[in-house]
Each structure stands twice: as structure tokens, then as C-alpha cells.
Design a protein around this ligand. Structure first.
Ligand SMILES: O=C(O)C1=C[C@@H](OP(=O)(O)O)[C@@H](O)[C@H](O)C1
Ligand SMILES: C=C(OP(=O)(O)O)C(=O)O
Length: 427
């Protein structure tokens, strides 16, 4: 693919689509299957950079992972909790789940492990996770001392006990600790300090742990008790990615069409299906099936909404908000500044290029729709910037997405799938 793609306006989109597997579930299932007793077979897994760096890292740790990328099936030979490699230097690109989950996982091993990523990863915080691991008996540090990767973990195993974990920067710290905790010498009790962000992801972690045989007492997510235990290998079906689905639901809203996403339901493990409730508040109609969710677009209204729990869909909502008949305010997403890029400041800048008046808040933004115009959209190597703002081009001519291959992080075939669904070609 070239270093730019121009989105072609489309008539109201009528269709259905099955997005690729969930990044969050694939990477959790990989970690848990690696630690489990016996083999696991993961079906419907995501094939993308974020899952490939996880697979490569697990292999470097000495875990056998067989991978049929065409069939989207991954076989993992569980080690029963052992980490065979005594030393490893892992490269995680810009995958937050991979570095946070593996930092906690390698802490259960016996050896010295280093984890690093691309330059942006070296700006993404991980200090709170390292502090908690230290309290649980592990020697670990940020190599440059700035609280970000590269991370070095020197360990003879997780001792366990009670520790506090900060909740206000990223829920991935807590999820990583939860998945590793059954392999501590004694049980682990985690007390969450500060308001926990992205709560549905922690519920997802507890749910998948339970699916593999370890029950967490998660209560109201302020104090979590994880008993010693062992995951049991199994066959596990990964749901389609709900964050990816948001773009197709957004496309229905923006074009005034009707799009059905297959393989998801209101009961999905992924909190991001609640993006449909935002669209409903904006005036769209949502139909929940047993194994599908359909959004029917209409004239959209501006809304005020706290998106703390579903922050990966803020950029999708922002794209829809450009077509609303009034302002939209999103709050509760200060943690979005620590993701692939600053998803408040950089998002505001790109929305302004498209003709909106945007007020940046400390924890969100207000978008006042203006007369739309085409623009070259900078993506900051953020897959969600590319995927969300491309939707604007389905109505407004002249929207060009720069560096479109950044969608490789979670959705390598995004533009092909969107063009097919919309029935147009992109240049
Ligand atoms: O646990 C997970 O799978 C994720 C948690 C969220 O991160 P934060 O907890 O950092 O908000 C989300 O943004 C990310 O894409 C995936
Ligand atoms: C924030 C994201 O990813 P991660 O934190 O896993 O890198 C994302 O996919 O939007």
C-alpha cells in the first residue's frame, strides 16, 4: 500500500461484516494458554502486529506456539506455569497489552528478561506496574529510570501477598498482574488505588481467567483476590474485535445506512460494544441479535458523554460528531493521552483540519461541527486515528489518510474491508 489513501464518498452503506478477532482477547488467551497445563487451540484469533509481537515473544520465552495465520488458528503448548527461557530480550513494537501482560508474566519465571518497543513505547508509562511487582517480591526497573520501557525484570518468581496497584493510568497493569498472579508462591490480593480506568477490560480478564479454570474474587474492582491455581488448556473461540466494529457502526451513522456486525452481541466480553449505546443517544437505531448487532443511521445529534470505560472508541465517536447538528463533549478519557499517540491533543488537531471547532479539555474534548472540508490527515502512527477519520471521507470528498499501513497494529485489511462494505474503491 502507498503512504497515503484517499477515501471515496459512498452512498448510504447497507451491508454486514465480520471484523477480525479481538486483540484484547487474543493476547489474553495467548498468555493464559502459555501458562496453562496442557495444550490450547485458539480459533478466530487476530492476525496483526500486536498479536504477532505477543506470539514472537512467547516463542522467545521458550513456549511452543504453532500458528496457522490463514485459518486464524493458534495452538499453544502450555508449560503449566514454567517459563523455559532464563534470559530473553523481547521486542513488543507499540503493543501496550503485550508489554504490560508480559512484564507481569515473566515475573513468575526464573531469570533476566528485557522488554522494549518502538520510540513511542518508550514514552508510554509502566512505572506503577513495576512498583507493584517490586512489592510482590520481584526486582524490576525502567532501564532509563523514566518510568517507561525498556523494562528489565530479574526474578526468581512472584512471592505474592497484598499490594496496591494504581488504576488511573492504564487498566492493563491490573489485567497483567491478575493473569500472572495464580502462579505466585502464595495468593495475591490487589488493592486498586485511584479511579480504575477502562473497567470492562478488567472484567474481561476475570472472565477469560475463569474460562481457563481460575476464579478471581473481583468484587467491585477495588480489591481483587487471586488464589494460587493453574489454568487448564482448552479450545477457545475469540470474539470479533468490538473496537474494530465501531468503525463499521460509525460508517452506518455517517452515511445514513445500516450495517450489521456479525459475531458480537450485547453479552460480548468486550465493553466496546457499548459504543452502540453512544450512537443510540445520538439518534441512531440499534438492533441487538443473538450473534449480531445492527446500527441504522439517521440524522445525528450532539451528546455529552463520559467514555472512560470505552476509550478506544472516542476517535470513532469524534468522526460521527462532525456530522451532528450540535456540539459533542467527551469526558473521562485523560488516559487517552498515553496511548499510541496523544489521542486528545492530536485528535483535536486533525478534527480542526476537517473544519470543526474543537476545544481541548484535560480529560476529553468538545467538538463543534463546522462546514466540513477535505484534508490530509496525519495519523501519528496510530491505527485508530487512521481508521476513524477515514470514515469522514465516506461523506466528505478530499479526505486523505497518511501512512495508512499503521492499521497493521490491529487491522491490516481495514481499508480493503471498508471499501468492500461501502462498495467503492479507495485510491
Ligand atoms: O486490556 C486491554 O486489552 C486494553 C485496555 C485498554 O487500555 P487502558 O487500560 O490503558 O485504557 C485499551 O485502550 C487497549 O486497547 C486494550
Ligand atoms: C490503546 C491501544 O492499544 P495498546 O494499549 O494495547 O497498545 C489500542 O489498541 O487502541
Amino acid at each position: 500500500m502507498t503512504s497515503r489513501i484517499e477515501i471515496s464518498p459512498a452512498p448510504p452503506i447497507l451491508g454486514s461484516i465480520l471484523p477480525p478477532g479481538s486483540k484484547s482477547l487474543t493476547n489474553r488467551a495467548l498468555v493464559i494458554a502459555a501458562l496453562a497445563e496442557g495444550d490450547s487451540v485458539l480459533t478466530g484469533a487476530l492476525e496483526s502486529e500486536d498479536t504477532h509481537v505477543m506470539i514472537d515473544s512467547l516463542r522467545q520465552l521458550g513456549i511452543e506456539v504453532q500458528h496457522d495465520s490463514h485459518a486464524k488458528v493458534i495452538r499453544v503448548a502450555g508449560t503449566g506455569g514454567a517459563i523455559p527461557a532464563r534470559e530473553a530480550d523481547l521486542f513488543v513494537a507499540n503493543s501496550g497489552t503485550t508489554i504490560r501482560f508480559l512484564t507481569a508474566m515473566v515475573a513468575t519465571g526464573d531469570g533476566k528478561y528485557r522488554l522494549d518497543g518502538i520510540p513511542r513505547m518508550r514514552e508510554r508509562p509502566i512505572k506503577d506496574l513495576l512498583d507493584t511487582l517490586s512489592r510482590l517480591g520481584v526486582t524490576c526497573r525502567s532501564e532509563t529510570g523514566n518510568g517507561c520501557p525498556p523494562v528489565v525484570v530479574e526474578t526468581t518468581g512472584l512471592v505474592g501477598g497484598a499490594a496496591k496497584i494504581a488504576g488511573d493510568i492504564s487498566s492493563q497493569y491490573l489485567s497483567g498482574l491478575m493473569m500472572a498472579a495464580p502462579y505466585a508462591a502464595s495468593g495475591v490480593t490487589l488493592e486498586v488505588v485511584g479511579e480504575l480506568v477502562s473497567k470492562p477490560y478488567v472484567q474481561m480478564t476475570a472472565a477469560i481467567m475463569s474460562d481457563f479454570g481460575v476464579t478471581v474474587d473481583a468484587g467491585d474492582l477495588t480489591k481483587l483476590v487471586i488464589p494460587p491455581g493453574k489454568y487448564q488448556g482448552r479450545e477457545y473461540a475469540i470474539e470479533p474485535d468490538a473496537s474494530a466494529a465501531s468503525y463499521f457502526w460509525g460508517a452506518a451513522a455517517i452515511t445514513g445506512g445500516s450495517v450489521t456486525v456479525e459475531g458480537l452481541s450485547r453479552e460480548a466480553l468486550q465493553g466496546d460494544v457499548a459504543f452502540c449505546e453512544c450512537l443510540e443517544q445520538m439518534g441512531c437505531q440499534v438492533e441487538y441479535g443473538e450473534n449480531s448487532i445492527k446500527v441504522i443511521g439517521s440524522r445525528v445529534h450532539g451528546i455529552c458523554i463520559d467514555m472512560n470505560a470505552i476509550s478506544d472508541t472516542v476517535q470513532t465517536l469524534a468522526a460521527v460528531a462532525l456530522f451532528a447538528d450540535g456540539p459533542t463533549t467527551v469526558t473521562g478519557v485523560a488516559h487517552n493521552r498515553h496511548k499510541e499517540t496523544d489521542r486528545i491533543g492530536d485528535l483535536a488537531r486533525e478534527l480542526r483540519k476537517l473544519g470543526a471547532i474543537v476545544e481541548e479539555l484535560e480529560d476529553g474534548l468538545t467538538i463543534i461541527p463546522g462546514k466540513l472540508q477535505g484534508a490530509e490527515i496525519e495519523t501519528y502512527n496510530d491505527h485508530r486515528m487512521a481508521m476513524s477519520l477515514a470514515l469522514v471521507g465516506l461523506r466528505q470528498p478530499g479526505v486523505v489518510i497518511l501512512n495508512p499501513t499503521c492499521t497493521n497494529k490491529t487491522y491490516p485489511h481495514y481499508f480493503a474491508d471498508l471499501a468492500r462494505l461501502a462498495g467503492v474503491n479507495f485510491q
